[in-house]
Design a binder for this molecule. Structure first.
Ligand code: CUA
Length: 184
């Protein structure tokens, strides 16, 4: 929560700095005295338009930023946690945390209709972690990044075989990088 507040304040501060900057740029661009009445009218309209845009942007930021980073199902307690480690060119899946000294993947069964959590990391370069349903539609995704664990929560309403595909070009085997799990 503290980080959210910090980000919000940072955005607010940047906004003020940018507004002041734009104000001075706008002021310095004004032609004084001899400018015709028509020209100043159109400038006034333009200023009003951009001011309106700025207000819209401000409202949008104020509403959306406190909700970031949009962690879905954040209030739920996941019924299952799946650990996923990406490496060139495979996803290791495990219901236990990934053991670096004994890298192995296991068959994962995900309970249907319950919130589950994927804890996704990478053991080498940055990979994508895209989950596709039976119809090959991308339903949710996150990034697999070395040194970070990204948490992805999802509720699978449909049973079946789901695929995990890499969404980040990570080397020559990128296109073949995939894993599967079952929802039932
Ligand atoms: Cu891993 Cu592309």
């Amino acid at each position: 929560m503290k980080e959210h507040l910090f980000i919000l304040l940072l955005f607010g501060f940047s906004l003020i700095v940018l507004s002041v900057l734009f104000y001075f740029i706008y002021k310095s661009s004004l032609i004084d005295e001899h400018s015709s009445r028509e020209l100043s009218q159109s400038k006034k309209k333009r200023f009003q338009f951009f001011f309106f845009l700025l207000v819209l942007l401000l409202i949008g930021l104020m509403v959306s930023i406190p909700k970031s980073p949009y962690f879905k199902y954040s209030k739920d307690i996941p019924a299952k946690i799946i650990h996923a480690a990406a490496m060139q060119y495979v996803f290791l899946l495990s219901s236990q945390s990934i053991d670096m000294n004994n890298l192995a993947s296991e068959e994962i069964i995900v309970p249907q209709g319950k919130v589950v959590e994927f804890r996704v990391t990478s053991l080498d370069v940055t990979h994508g972690f895209g989950i596709y349903n039976n119809d090959n539609q991308l339903i949710t995704q996150t990034q697999a990044m070395p040194g970070y664990v990204n948490r992805l929560r999802w509720k699978f309403d449909e049973p079946g075989e789901y695929q995990i595909l890499c969404l980040e070009f990570c080397g020559t085997g990128h296109a073949f990088m995939r894993s599967t799990f079952t929802v039932k």
